[in-house]
Write a protein of this length. Structure first.
Length: 240
């Protein structure tokens, strides 16, 4: 454990901006907001990173399809709609609930509660969740390199094929996708419908999942760090 980590774990008001600029996906303006949280029992105490449109709230971005700037072509985004009764994209299946934590983070940003910070300083000695919302592939690699340069560890996931396998788990939506990623030398994070679907030769059940008995937290586990871990196996979890 790096010096100062125990003290920093109590800093519940830690927050800042570590990037404002064009999305690497489509050039639209985006922002990366970082905040400390220990509310999520599965992840534990970690820095959470939110990749958002800089010019509109996350619900509007979802509803209009402008979230492509931060999520790419991920199938879980849903379908843009002009339905006045809809608050977000139709058929959205992403596990991140936009109208709660993400919207609160956005509103706090508008109120000026997030200011520019040194990414390296914010990550120093802390566990980091890269892409709590949004795909890290939308952000220049040097931003993540700085944030993680002195971090205690991290978790990271991407739907951008080929993006930073050294850092991020490739999110696989099907077994066929997972096979292709494995053959390319990447590790994957795959959501399955049943424990029986897990390829035990190549995957392990997420140790923080209900099915695995919630043996640990993401903070302590550190398996979901791409090729930066010693584990040769990928990770799978049952959808809830």
């Amino acid at each position: 454990m790096k010096k100062g980590l125990a003290k920093r774990a109590g800093e519940t008001n830690l927050r800042g901006v570590i990037y404002r600029g064009p999305s690497l996906i489509d050039g639209s303006p985006i922002v990366v907001l970082v905040t400390y949280s220990k509310r999520n029992k599965k992840t534990g105490e970690m820095l959470q990173t939110y990749i958002l449109r800089d010019d509109m709230d996350p619900l509007t971005a979802s509803k209009t399809g402008a979230d492509e700037a931060i999520c790419g072509t991920c199938q879980h985004r849903g379908i843009p709609t002009s339905d006045p009764a809809a608050k977000q994209a139709k058929g959205r299946t992403c596990y991140v609930v936009l109208g709660q934590g993400v919207l609160s983070i956005w509103k706090a940003y508008l109120r000026g509660l997030y200011v520019q910070q040194s990414a390296a300083d914010m990550g120093r000695g802390r566990m980091v969740r890269v892409g709590t919302y949004g795909d890290p592939g939308a952000v220049p690699s040097e931003v993540w390199d700085a944030l993680l340069s002195e971090a205690a560890g991290w978790t990271a996931y991407t739907h951008r094929a080929g993006f930073r396998p050294d850092m991020a788990m490739q999110s696989a939506d099907t077994y066929a996708q997972a096979l292709a990623f494995w053959q390319a030398g990447a590790r994957t994070f795959r959501v399955v419908q049943d424990v029986a679907e897990i390829d035990l030769a190549r995957e392990v059940m997420c140790p923080a999942s209900k099915e695995a008995g919630k043996r640990t937290t993401c903070e302590a586990c550190k398996l979901c760090a791409g090729l930066a871990t010693r584990s040769p196996k990928s990770v799978a979890i049952v959808q809830h």
